[in-house]
Design a protein around this ligand. Structure first.
Ligand SMILES: Nc1ncnc2c1ncn2[C@@H]1O[C@H](COP(=O)(O)OP(=O)(O)OP(=O)(O)O)[C@@H](O)[C@H]1O
Length: 261
């Protein structure tokens, strides 16, 4: 599999605070890359920097080339789903998802047949087709989260950056959405980068993991090499059980020996 997105030497300060120092990762075409690490490690900041939303030092490349400066051209390459879903727009679900097509529309801003097809496909895939006529502010948190994911999928961008897309979802939808992101990667040859706190989901659905440590080190590799008890304890400050149940990887924090307690 080929590297589609690379971020190298990303360094940035917010106010007076150094937040990222020489951080980075690579994301391969056809693969799901999971960004994990404790609260405050810088996952969201790194994703926002890569999406071009925060000024930073360092180098971000798509297929080996620097990202275009033009916002529209960049939006066609990188779809970004921010953390949290504070949507107050009185728009229907369908119109909200259709906003994902904006980078592709002509000067008149009209949706064509191909745009409509993409909108239908992503609404069906995220399970929000039945909500199409509802106003977004009337939805539950999990329903809204799936609408916002549908919106970013509608960009049809080859790189998807999703910040905690499963955070508000029930267990069934967590699995469906992770399976969908895998299908987007493997079936549509995209590079999917996803911030996750659920390490069992990360073990199960990510091809590659990038662990951001509290001391700003970054450890990258496959699930087996990153999700080890010693490394996780160092990262999160509590011991972990790394095991399998019913053939599925399970990564759970264990009580006791909590450094921070
Ligand atoms: N605007 C800001 N000004 C100053 N510091 C900030 C700002 N935004 C974020 N930070 C700090 O940057 C650090 C990294 O934050 P970030 O949100 O990237 O972490 P994260 O790994 O995504 O955390 P979480 O798992 O809690 O979402 C934190 O210490 C946070 O307090």
């Amino acid at each position: 599999m080929v590297t589609m997105l690379s971020a190298r030497g990303i360094t940035l300060r917010l106010g007076e605070r150094p937040i990222l120092t020489d951080a980075g990762f690579t994301a391969r075409r056809g693969a799901v890359t999971g960004l994990i690490g404790p609260n405050g490690a810088g996952k969201s900041t790194l994703l926002r920097a890569v999406a071009g939303l925060l000024p930073h030092d360092g180098d971000v490349r798509f297929a080996g080339q620097p990202l275009p400066a033009d916002v529209r051209a960049r939006a066609k390459l990188l779809g970004y789903l921010p953390q949290g879903h504070l949507v107050h727009w009185p728009l229907t679900v369908r119109r909200t998802v259709a906003l994902g097509r904006l980078p592709h529309l002509g000067p008149l801003g009209r949706l064509g047949r191909a745009d409509e097809d993409v909108i239908e496909r992503v609404m069906a895939a995220t399970g929000v087709a039945a909500l199409a006529a509802r106003a977004v502010p009337t939805l539950s948190g999990g329903e809204r989260a799936r609408v916002m994911l549908a919106r970013v999928l509608a960009t049809d961008a080859p790189v998807l950056l999703a910040d905690e897309p499963t955070a508000a979802l029930d267990p069934g939808h967590q699995l469906r959405i992770m399976a969908l992101l895998r299908a987007e990667a493997a079936g549509r040859n995209r590079a999917v980068v996803v911030v996750l706190h659920d390490l069992s989901l990360a073990a199960r659905y990510c091809d590659e993991l990038v662990l951001m440590m509290p001391d700003r080190r970054v450890v990258a590799g496959d699930a087996a090499s990153v999700l080890t008890s010693p490394l996780l304890q160092e990262a999160y400050g509590v011991p972990f059980a790394v095991t399998r149940a019913a053939g599925i990887p399970v990564v759970l924090p264990r009580p006791g020996h909590d450094r921070s307690a």
